[in-house]
Design a protein around this ligand. Structure first.
Ligand code: MF3
Ligand code: CO
Length: 249
């Protein structure tokens, strides 16, 4: 069941997502060769707690950290560790908080030092796919319009969209209906309505769309060990069109 939100609830979801955006902004500046991924996790938790927000992922289905840090062929749900980031890596940071009854959730992929032209293009296309999807998040459109827009951008650039993980509604719960796939057919799916809040989150692979999960039970990696990127925004559908709640305006 899709839960529609009143304007006041959307303001609360915006407050949560503003914290997420601020934390991701600070983390991005810390991404440099020599930094460990556990440093970023600790930093994310501290920054959230300073703002009286609770890291949303810690304890969620037993997830043991505050931040998901996915490097290179890691798609999502990478576990922070003593791994040292090196120039040429790309790193996806996925972070969420719970604040005053509502969740916020967003993700970015950033280059570590100088990266290959192909890695930079993967990051650009993934972010562009997210923005193409967001543009379709308006009342009267269908869910498939978002999915098809993301998929079109990604596949016309020669990359592939992950099927096994999808975006989601967000509000009083981290994951609400509907599921928001990054592949689909324009004009299909549920009708989008004012008051829906969606976390749109393309996961885009350089090679095959196929993924597998490592033995740690969490880390999703590309089946061909090629690169993957991930961007996510929480987006409200308002009478004036899509509003990105997880951006620093
Ligand atoms: N942003 C991720 C999502 O939307 C959250 C990671 S899930 C967790 O599903 F289990 F790691 F918390
Ligand atoms: Co999400």
């Amino acid at each position: 069941m899709v839960i529609l939100k009143e304007a006041e609830e959307i303001e609360r979801i915006r407050a949560s997502n503003r914290i997420v955006a601020e934390v991701l902004g600070e983390l991005k500046e810390r991404v440099k060769p020599g930094v460990t991924t556990i440093d970023l996790d600790r930093c994310s938790e501290e920054l959230a707690r300073k703002r009286n927000a609770k890291p949303a992922f810690k304890g969620y289905r037993g997830y043991p950290f505050s931040l998901c840090v996915s490097v290179n062929c890691e798609v999502v749900h990478g576990l922070p560790s003593q791994r040292v980031l090196a120039a040429g890596d790309i790193v996806s940071l996925d972070f969420g908080v719970y604040y005053k009854g509502y969740y916020g959730d967003a993700a970015v992929t950033v280059p570590v030092g100088d990266v290959s032209e192909e890695a930079a293009r993967l990051i650009r296309v993934t972010e562009q796919g997210l923005y193409d999807g967001i543009q379709e998040a308006k009342a009267g459109n269908r869910l498939g319009d978002i999915s098809a827009a993301v998929q079109g951008r990604v596949e016309s650039a020669g990359f592939s969209v992950v099927r096994d993980f999808v975006g989601h509604g967000i509000g009083k719960n981290l994951h609400e209906d509907p599921q928001v796939p990054n592949y689909g057919v324009k004009g299909r799916g549920i009708e989008l309505k004012v008051g829906m809040v969606l976390a749109i989150e393309p996961m885009v692979n350089e090679g095959t769309y196929k993924v597998r999960i490592l033995d740690n039970g969490w880390t999703v990696v590309t089946d061909d060990v090629k690169l993957s990127a991930h961007f996510e925004h929480s987006v409200a559908i308002t009478e004036h069109g899509p509003e990105i709640l997880s951006a620093l305006h």
